[in-house]
Design a protein around this ligand. Structure first.
Ligand SMILES: [Zn+2]
Length: 345
C-alpha cells in the first residue's frame, strides 16, 4: 500500500473517535487515557520501519524458538537453558538489591537498540529477587519484559499475509500503540478493545473504546485471524467459555497468542474465585491486578497450571504450546515464568 493510501486509511479509522473525544467537555480519567492512546498511534506512524528493523535484527541474532507442549518439555527447557537462567537470576538479584541500572539491549517492540531502565522494586522479599515485575523498561516504547517477549513472539507467529483481522484485548495502553504501529499495514485490521463493565453488549463503542467480553465476543464464526491478549485470561470468570468463544470466532489456522501468569508447579489450575448470577464466591484471598480502564483493578479468577493446555485441546485447538523467553539482550531476564501461550485452530 502506498504511504498516502496508508495515511488516508488510518486517518479515516482513527479520526472518528478523536472528533467524538474533542466534543466531550467532561474529561474523565478514562477519556484522557483514550485521547492519548487513540491519537498517539497515528503519530507513531513509523510502523513499517519498526518492522524492517525488527526483522533485520532477528535475521542476524535469532535464537532457538523452543515450543513447550508439556511439563516434561518445560523441564527439558530449564535443563537446556540453565546457564542463561542462572545469569538472569544473578542479574535480577543485583537489580533488586542496588536498583537504578541500565542494561544495553534491543527492544523487540519498537525495534531500537536501547538502554533498558531497571530499578529496585519496592520491598521485594528475598525469595522474589528474581522477579523484576515492571522494572525493566524500554525508554522509547515503554514496554517491559513480558510485553517485549510478546513482541518477539508476535514476530515469530504472525504471518505477512495481507488483510488479517487481528483482535487485541487492549486499547488504551502503550502496548496497543506499539502493536498498532507494527502491524496496522498490509491491509490488516487491528480491533483493539477493553472490558468496560458488566451488562454492556460486546462490540459497543463508548468514547472511542470498543467493549468486548472475551466470553461473548461480537465477532462472526470463523472470521478472525489472530487473537492477542496480555494478562486477560486470568480475569475471565469462566475460562472454558472464553476458550470455546475464541475457537468459534477464529478461522481455521487462526491463533490465540496470550500472555498469561502460568504456574509451572501446578498440574491443575487453581480456581481463586467463581462467579454465578453476578455473585462471587472466593476460595482464597481476593487477588486484584492492575486494570488500565478501572481504578478498582481486575479480579483474578485463576492461577493456571498445565491442564490449561488440555482445555484448549478439548475445545478443538489442534496445537497448543508455551513459549518462555530468557534473553538479556532482549531485556527478558525475569525467570518467573510469565509464559506466553499459543493455540492454533
Ligand atoms: Zn521499545
Amino acid at each position: 500500500m502506498s504511504i498516502s493510501k496508508f495515511i488516508y486509511k488510518n486517518t479515516r479509522t482513527i479520526n472518528r473517535p478523536i472528533i467524538k473525544l474533542y466534543n466531550l467537555a467532561n474529561q474523565t480519567k478514562l477519556i484522557k487515557q483514550v485521547k492519548l492512546s487513540i491519537i498517539k498511534p497515528f503519530l507513531y506512524f513509523k510502523g513499517l520501519s519498526n518492522q524492517k528493523r525488527i526483522k533485520k535484527y532477528f535475521k542476524k541474532n535469532d535464537h532457538e524458538y523452543y515450543k513447550i507442549r508439556s511439563k516434561e518439555d518445560y523441564k527439558q527447557f530449564i535443563t537446556n537453558h540453565i546457564q542463561e537462567i542462572d545469569c538472569a537470576k544473578a542479574l535480577c538479584k543485583t537489580i533488586s538489591l542496588n536498583g537504578n541500572i541500565k542494561i544495553q539491549g534491543f527492544c523487540a517492540g519498537c525495534g531500537k537498540h536501547v538502554d533498558f531502565d531497571c530499578w529496585k522494586s519496592k520491598d521485594v522479599p528475598e525469595e522474589e529477587y528474581f522477579i523484576l515485575f515492571g522494572s525493566m523498561v524500554c525508554p522509547k516504547c515503554k514496554s517491559f519484559g513480558r510485553l517485549r517477549a510478546m513482541f518477539y513472539i508476535l514476530n515469530k507467529e504472525l504471518t505477512n499475509a495481507p488483510n488479517q483481522k487481528i483482535v487485541l484485548h487492549e486499547q488504551v495502553t502503550e502496548f496497543y500503540k506499539t502493536f498498532y504501529a507494527n502491524y496496522c499495514h498490509n491491509g490488516n485490521k487491528i480491533i483493539g478493545n477493553e472490558y468496560l463493565g458488566d451488562n454492556i453488549k460486546s462490540g459497543t463503542i463508548i468514547n472511542g473504546i470498543r467493549h468486548e467480553n472475551a466470553m461473548e465476543l461480537s465477532f462472526k464464526n470463523n472470521s478472525i485471524d489472530v487473537i492477542v491478549s496480555n494478562h486477560v485470561y486470568e480475569h475471565v470468570s469462566d475460562i472454558n467459555k472464553t476458550i470455546s468463544e475464541a475457537y468459534r470466532v477464529l478461522k481455521y489456522g487462526g491463533k490465540v497468542i496470550a500472555g498469561i501468569p502460568f504456574f509451572v508447579d501446578k498440574d491443575k489450575t487453581q480456581i481463586l474465585a467463581k462467579e454465578k448470577n453476578g455473585h462471587i464466591t472466593y476460595f482464597t484471598k481476593k487477588e486484584i491486578h492492575g486494570n488500565p480502564v478501572s481504578s478498582k483493578g481486575a479480579l483474578c479468577f485463576y492461577h493456571y497450571g498445565w491442564d490449561l493446555l488440555d482445555k484448549f485441546k478439548a475445545a478443538g485447538f489442534k496445537d497448543v504450546y508455551l513459549i518462555n523467553i530468557i534473553d538479556k539482550k532482549l531485556g527478558n531476564i525475569d525467570t518467573h515464568p510469565c509464559i506466553n501461550l499459543i493455540a492454533i485452530k
